[in-house]
Design a protein around this ligand. Structure first.
Ligand code: HEM
Length: 113
C-alpha cells in the first residue's frame, strides 16, 4: 500500500474508532443508568421508533430522547458491529508495524545490550 494512502487511512480509521467508542459509551450509559431493564420496550413491543404499536394494556414504556430501551440497544449493537470492522481496518493499516514487531527476525541494533 502506498505510504501516503496508508497514513490517511490510519488517521481516518483512528478518528472513526474514537468517535464510535464515544457513541458506544453514550448508548451503553443510556441503557445502564437511564433506561435500565424493566423500563419497557422489550419483546419487540417498542416505544420510540417502534411507536408503541404493539403495546399491551398496562404496558408502560419509558423513553429517552424519543427512543425506548429497545431502540437504544439496537443502536448500541450496530455501533459494536461497526467497531469490529474498524478494528479490522486498524489491524490492516498497521500490519507493517505488527509484522515488524512480532514476526521480523531482524533485531534493532539500538535494542542490543
Ligand atoms: C461505557 C461503556 C459501555 C456501557 C455502559 C455498556 C452497556 C451495555 C449494556 C447495559 C448492555 C446490555 C443491553 C441489554 O440489556 O440488552 C450492553 C450490551 C452490549 N454491548 Fe455495551 N456498553 C459499553 C460499551 C460497549 C463497547 C465498547 C462495546 C463493543 C466494542 C459494546 C458492545 C456491546 C454488545 C455487542 C452488546 C450486546 C447487544 C445486544 O444484545 O444486542 N459495549 N452494553
Amino acid at each position: 500500500m502506498e505510504k501516503g494512502l496508508q497514513k490517511n487511512l490510519t488517521v481516518i480509521a483512528n478518528i472513526l474508532a474514537f468517535l464510535n467508542i464515544l457513541c458506544l459509551m453514550a448508548t451503553g450509559t443510556v441503557m445502564y443508568w437511564i433506561l435500565p431493564p424493566g423500563s419497557g420496550g422489550g419483546l419487540g413491543r417498542g416505544a420510540g421508533l417502534g411507536g408503541g404499536r404493539h403495546l399491551l394494556d398496562g404496558d408502560r414504556i419509558e423513553t429517552f430522547l424519543g427512543w425506548g430501551r429497545h431502540d437504544w440497544r439496537n443502536l448500541h449493537f450496530w455501533l459494536a458491529v461497526i467497531f469490529v470492522w474498524l478494528l479490522a481496518l486498524h489491524l490492516i493499516v498497521n500490519w507493517p508495524w505488527i509484522k515488524h514487531t512480532f514476526f521480523s527476525k531482524k533485531t534493532n541494533p539500538q535494542c542490543q545490550p
